[in-house]
Write a protein that binds this ligand. Structure first.
Ligand code: ADP
Ligand code: ZN
Length: 518
């Protein structure tokens, strides 16, 4: 076949089966590489258009393309969608009877199916057809699930390593929206496709406005936000099932119609909520991260994170569900110190604890950023943004930097006086001279540092202290009840006259300190 003929065929199939006139970034290159039977590793953000990359070649191959996908719940929808476009597709998973499974096998053998969606754990049941006589291509969707470096590791994916041995001449296409280097390398290695051609699409979604706010009175803030954006579809992501239910009730009480969604609901209920959302009958869903995977809805106008996500990949994937149509959309994240501690506790004892904690740290740095957030986000995915984006809260409202040396000295000396045994709340109570029971009981009211920071609000002290933590001037001892302790850099501030520059909290009252504290 001549190159131009292939191209003509590509475009006519693209139009005929999918209704598109042109390819998006990288799509054509990927499709052509697969058709040349070369392995590919495709890294493309959510909504970037990964499906075409294996669905289009599948139509043009002789045999069947197996699509490994972790989401049994969504297979039927995906297959229905393909069938509706005139593409012969089916799925194979544990929800089906033996009979049904045998029928599908027979159809594969008879070359009646172009795409077969399979759950990795169902592969052993497909042994009869795992043969290059029938199979033309292997697509591994959500390929990061194979890696414990990824954010959604699934043991069932680990067995996919054997596929390349059984099907050595079959092109493999692994797809993911997770781009960190370690995960990428691990995917290629575990799938035994180390020579795969890599395709990285830009992760910039410049139409999504980014904003981070402190988590105070979230329900009122969210209510206000929704009322300012009436009739718009949006998702509020929460950490726990309980929060999704409580929040949706609170919103309903404020006259906002919202639904809850989490993995604890019945399959029927979940499907109902999902369908209502996709069809615009439900505008707002309060959900755990179980919601959204594989949902194809282009007009989600906003995504709110009620709680802090546990890493940047997750955050990026979730906000990426907004504005898929390229029109203006908004991502609003509430960050709280309590969330960080809770996520930190979740990570405790996990087999990849160190990785999880490092990722959480990056997330935390993002929320506390005082420079363009999109730059930080993209740099995480290995992309450099030349200019500040102009479409995040930091760009729109850059913080004022001031010489915070004296304030830093106060905080650090309070930590020192409290023998590095108290968490942030107590440190601030002592600085502000709170006469609460614990303070009095422990005799903290007699300390030299007691009450030396009365003129600054609790919230502002919190903001300032977190900046000190971020800059490495003090740290949280997570294994010691989150007590704040000093670091090697603390003494440069306390004893060696090092200056500390901090971003001004919005409501800060200018300190009027005469006396130096130590
Ligand atoms: P992903 O799997 O990367 O999240 P999808 O494959 O579901 O993304 O595609 C996201 C959206 O983009 C879908 O609505 C899809 O129909 C649309 N899309 C994909 N490729 C094209 C294209 N070449 N032209 C126009 N729309 C496209
Ligand atoms: Zn910016």
């Amino acid at each position: 076949m001549q190159a131009t003929n292939t191209q003509d065929a590509l475009y006519s199939n693209l139009k005929r089966y999918f209704g598109y006139d042109s390819f998006r970034e990288n799509q054509q290159d990927i499709v052509e590489t697969v058709l040349r039977k070369k392995d590919c590793l495709v890294i493309m953000p959510t909504g970037g258009g990964k499906s075409i990359c294996f669905q289009l070649p599948a139509l043009m191959f002789q045999g069947v393309t197996l699509v490994l996908s972790p989401l049994i719940a969504l297979m039927k929808d995906q297959v229905d969608g393909l069938n509706a476009n005139g593409i012969s597709a089916s799925y194979f998973n544990s929800s089906q009877s033996q009979d049904e499974q045998s029928r599908i096998e027979a159809r594969v053998i008879a070359s009646e199916i172009k795409l077969l969606y399979v759950a990795p754990e169902s592969l052993p049941a497909l042994q009869n057809i795992l043969n290059e006589k029938y199979i033309s291509c292997i697509a591994i969707d959500e390929a990061h699930c194979i890696s414990s470096w990824g954010h959604d590791f699934r043991p069932s994916y680990q067995q996919l390593g054997f596929l390349k041995r059984v099907l050595p001449n079959t092109p493999f296409i692994a797809l993911t929206a997770t781009a960190d280097r370690a995960t990428r390398g691990d995917i290629a290695q575990q799938l035994r496709i180390r020579h795969a051609k890599q395709f990285m699409s830009s992760f910039d979604r410049s139409n999504i406005e980014l904003e981070v706010r402190p988590a105070e009175d979230r329900v009122s803030q969210i209510t206000k936000f929704i009322k300012q954006n009436p009739e718009k579809s949006g998702i509020v992501y929460c950490l726990s099932r309980k929060t999704t239910e409580q929040l949706s009730k609170k919103l309903i009480a404020k006259g906002i119609s919202a639904k809850a969604y989490h993995a604890g609901l019945s399959f029927e209920n979940r499907t109902k909520v999902q369908e209502a959302f996709v069809n615009d009958r439900t505008k707002i869903v309060c959900a755990t991260i179980a919601f959204g995977m594989g949902i194809d809805k282009s007009n989600v106008r906003w995504v709110i994170h009620y709680n802090m996500p546990k890493n940047i990949e997750g955050y990026y994937q979730e906000i990426g569900r907004a504005g898929r149509d390229g029109l203006k959309a908004k991502a609003l994240l509430f960050h709280s110190y309590a969330d960080v501690i809770q996520l930190r506790n979740f990570a405790n004892g996990a087999s990849n604890e160190a990785i999880q904690i490092a990722k959480l740290d990056r997330m935390k740095q993002f929320t506390e950023a005082t420079t363009c957030r999109r730059k930080i986000l993209l740099s995480y995915f290995g992309e450099l943004l030349a200019e500040n984006c102009g479409n995040c809260d930091v760009c729109k409202n850059p913080p004022e930097i001031f010489d915070g040396t004296i304030l830093a000295q106060k905080i650090l000396s309070a930590i020192y006086r409290l023998k590095e045994s108290e968490a942030i709340g107590m440190i601030i109570d002592v600085l502000r001279g709170s006469q609460n029971a614990v303070v009095l009981e422990k005799g903290y009211n007699t300390l030299k540092t007691f009450g030396i920071g009365k003129d600054i609000s609790y919230r502002d002290w919190q903001h300032l202290t977190i900046q000190l933590i971020n800059q490495g001037f003090c740290e949280i001892a997570f294994h010691k009840h989150n007590a704040l302790r000093l670091t090697e850099f603390s003494k440069t501030v306390l004893f060696q006259g090092a200056k500390v520059f901090l971003a001004k909290p919005v409501h800060i009252i200018q300190p009027t300190i005469k006396e130096r504290t130590k």
